[in-house]
Design a protein around this ligand. Structure first.
Ligand SMILES: CC(C)(COP(=O)(O)OP(=O)(O)OC[C@H]1O[C@@H](n2cnc3c(N)ncnc32)[C@H](O)[C@@H]1OP(=O)(O)O)[C@@H](O)C(=O)NCCC(=O)NCCS
Length: 165
């Protein structure tokens, strides 16, 4: 396995606990590039991905191949992202519809992003929803329902604008 951290090749990715990034117990695919200040643990990231600065990817998350995750994206437990997905800057996923500070019974609510979808900058994806194959979520949208495949949605709450061209 070959991992690129700031474009330097690191041979043993599981030992990466350096000053400017935390990567613990992560299965990261070949040629994936990860920038500084990330917090990545207990997850699986495919090959040929790009993970930008200040990205948080939590335990149990699965990200496919050739995905691009831009700065400040938050990807918590419960999120699954298929191949060729674009996640814009400051995109927030969630895993709890009715969050409480302490709840011993809590289980994460899942979210699925299907192959080839793109999520615009600053979008919020309420958990329990699926972003369809090839869909495009507009910048700043708040997704409260499933997004149909190959469809552009915008606004709060996100509504269909048009089909993807
Ligand atoms: C959603 C998007 C693809 C629409 O682009 P488009 O098809 O060219 O749409 P237009 O600019 O012609 O706008 C069509 C209508 O949708 C509205 N609209 C466009 N983007 C919107 C958005 N993000 N949120 C709310 N409304 C939006 C426009 O105001 C316009 O409304 P009107 O018809 O009432 O005037 C684009 O605006 C967008 O948000 N792309 C994501 C960009 C991004 O986040 N990139 C991240 C990496 S840099």
């Amino acid at each position: 396995m070959k991992i690129l951290i700031n474009e330097f090749i690191i041979a043993e990715p599981m030992k990466l606990l350096a000053k400017y990034y935390i990567i613990e117990d992560a299965d990261i695919g070949e040629n994936t590039i990860i920038r500084d200040f990330v917090n990545i643990f207990g997850c699986k990231i495919g090959k040929d991905c790009k993970i930008a600065t200040f990205v948080d990817i939590q335990k149990g998350v699965v990200i496919g191949d050739r995905c691009k995750v831009e700065s400040f994206a938050f990807i918590p437990t419960g999120v699954t992202i298929e191949d060729d997905v674009f996640i814009g800057q400051h995109v927030s996923f969630m895993n709890d519809k009715t969050p409480k500070a302490y709840d011993p019974e809590w289980t994460p609510m899942p979210t699925l992003v299907k192959k080839g979808a793109s999520i615009g900058a600053g979008a919020k994806i309420i958990c329990g929803n699926t972003i369809g194959k090839g869909a495009l979520v507009g910048a700043g949208a708040v997704v409260t329902k499933d997004v149909p495949p190959n469809t552009v949605v915008v606004g709060n709450p996100a509504r269909v604008l048009r089909k993807v061209k």
